[in-house]
Write a protein that binds this ligand. Structure first.
Ligand code: MG
Length: 541
């Protein structure tokens, strides 16, 4: 299964500028990142999802790209980028680059040329109109963004922007734009990246769908995949599409690998948080059943937190979303744009070690490939003084010295959090490395164990009937027979599961008696991973 590397492993999302400052200027950089590769390998990371590195005014944290063919000078040079990729590969870590292809910065030379003249070949790189339509598409950032059409006095027309007005939408229905985007993808492939995260996938193909219908937009993605296949067949595309089930599945393509190999799993994310909020496994079971089965070589990227605000649009009912919000984001300041939670995993769970481990054990054992947001392995907190979604993009905390070891500079790209239980004095990599009972060591052990259970990523799975509403039990069959059980409630439970006799705990939140006559005990917020050798006479089904 090595060629299907995205079916298993541990994906780790990080932002270079908040990770580690290698040159002491107060901004994390590629030199700092390259020096931390051993840390990532020690954690068990097999793939880094690198947030955007291209030159940018950073008005949207780097998602507003002003040049696709370089790295932002504050992060280093293209040479530093290649050095990092080389170091990552040497450590067995693949690199997936987050490349925002849906829009550029307003400062991009294409837009500057486009606005100057209707005759410019770049004019049609963007989407213009004399008047905004009567029913323009809704804004992505309510409260921070007024509309999706903005008048440009230089151009004398309105331009479309699904996000901020300083991020004009690229016109992907223009074949010249597609050609440019392929060239850009080819450039980064030549620098060694293993794949791309495709930001806001539905918006990327919106204009094409408008002009030629849904099928035309998928034709474009098939064409992009075909290009990547010619340049580097192993390239993986990881698509971000927060959509209802019927609209999601076509992004994999019919037979698999025609479009995206990997899609973010907003279903189990929503189900897991509802389950954690209510103490009932039922919402997660519901989402596992609702989630469409991907084609055989494709995969879901499971996550609990990513770099954005946590939002449940399209995947949770309003009342279920409210339950999660009431439980984990009770204050107005915990929320962003009227729809998302801007806190991090550890602070949502009040820093409670038992619930954090329950949540992470669940994440690592759900069908799919798990993704961690940087710092979740030490229980990194958020900084609610920062605007919007930046609250969860705090500085990594390396040790208990000044600025948490992120940088010796007096001015930092983002403020360090020194005090409180989430501050760097209390919570950092160095302190946790010295303590064998720390969350960091626990995550390292859990990730190592997950690597030994490839059946979670590519085996056959089913939901077991436990007879207890608070317990989620899943059985995986591959090379081994694996049962994972999680108790979402705060009470001790005893469930009955068939065929467990002879199974050994290979991972659990504490010491348990071996299962007998199908009886399986679980402590409050407890979890157990049990394995039984598969008898050769058993049929995998
Ligand atoms: Mg620096």
């Amino acid at each position: 299964m090595l060629d299907l590397w995205w079916k298993n492993g541990l994906v780790y999302c990080l932002d270079t500028k908040t990770w580690l400052d290698g040159n002491g200027d107060g901004i994390g950089d590629l030199a700092g990142l390259a020096s931390s590769v051993d840390y990532l390998a020690g954690l068990g990371v097999t793939c880094v999802w690198l947030m955007p590195v291209c030159p940018s005014p950073w008005r949207d944290d780097g998602y507003d790209v002003s040049d696709y063919y370089s790295v932002d000078p504050r992060l280093g040079t293209l040479g530093d980028f290649v050095s990092f990729v080389h170091a990552a590969h040497a450590a067995g870590i693949r690199v997936v680059l987050d490349l925002p292809l849906n829009h550029t910065s307003i400062e991009h030379p294409w837009f500057q040329a486009a606005r100057e003249s209707k005759e410019s070949p770049f004019r049609d790189y963007y989407v213009w109109s004399d008047e905004p339509p009567p029913n323009p598409p809704p804004v992505v950032f309510p409260g921070e963004q007024e509309s999706t059409f903005t008048y440009d006095s230089v151009a004398g027309q309105y331009y479309v922007h699904r996000y901020y007005s300083f991020m004009p939408e690229l016109n992907t229905s223009n074949p010249l734009v597609r050609k440019e985007l392929y060239k850009i993808l080819g450039f980064w492939l030549a620098l060694g990246v293993d794949g791309f995260r495709i930001d806001s996938l539905p918006f990327l193909v919106e204009e094409i769908a408008d002009g030629g219908g849904e099928e035309a937009s998928h034709e474009y993605l098939r064409d992009m995949r075909s290009f990547l296949g010619r340049r580097k067949g192993s390239t993986v595309l990881v698509g971000e599409a927060n959509l209802p089930a019927p609209q999601l599945l076509p992004y994999f393509g019919k037979s698999g690998a025609e479009q995206m190999q990997v899609l973010f799993d907003f279903f189990t994310c929503a189900g897991a948080w509802t389950a954690l909020a209510t103490g009932s496994a039922a919402p997660l079971i519901g989402k596992l059943r609702e989630r469409p089965e991907p084609p055989p070589i494709c995969q879901y990227l499971t996550f609990l937190r990513h770099h954005d605000e946590l939002s449940f649009e399209h995947v949770l009912s309003k009342s279920d979303a409210e339950r999660v919000f009431d439980r984990f984001a009770p204050e107005e300041n915990h929320r962003a744009y009227g729809r998302g939670i801007r806190r991090r995993l550890a602070s949502m769970l009040d820093g409670d070690p038992a619930r954090i481990r329950l949540a992470l054990s669940l994440l690592l054992s759900l069908p799919g490939t798990p993704m961690l947001l940087y710092g979740d392995e030490i229980g990194l907190g958020d900084n609610l003084e920062l605007d919007g979604r930046l609250a969860c993009r705090t500085l990594m905390q390396w040790n208990n010295r000044e600025n948490g070891g992120f940088s010796p500079a007096s001015t930092l790209v983002r403020p360090a959090v020194a005090d409180g239980s989430f501050g760097y004095r209390e919570r950092n990599v160095g302190t946790q490395l010295k303590n064998p009972n720390s969350l960091l060591h626990w995550v390292r052990r859990a990730a190592a164990l997950r690597r030994q259970c490839p059946e979670i990523g590519d085996g056959v799975w089913k939901i077991l009937d436990t007879g207890d509403d608070s317990v989620l039990a899943l059985r995986y069959r591959g090379q081994h027979d694996l049962v994972v059980a999680h108790n979402l409630s705060d009470r001790r439970v005893e469930t009955h599961l068939p065929d467990l006799d002879g199974a050994d705990d290979i991972f659990a939140d504490g010491e348990y008696a071996a299962p007998k006559d199908g009886r399986l005990e679980l402590a409050p917020h407890g979890f157990r991973w049990l394995r039984r050798p598969l008898l050769s006479t058993e049929v995998v089904a």
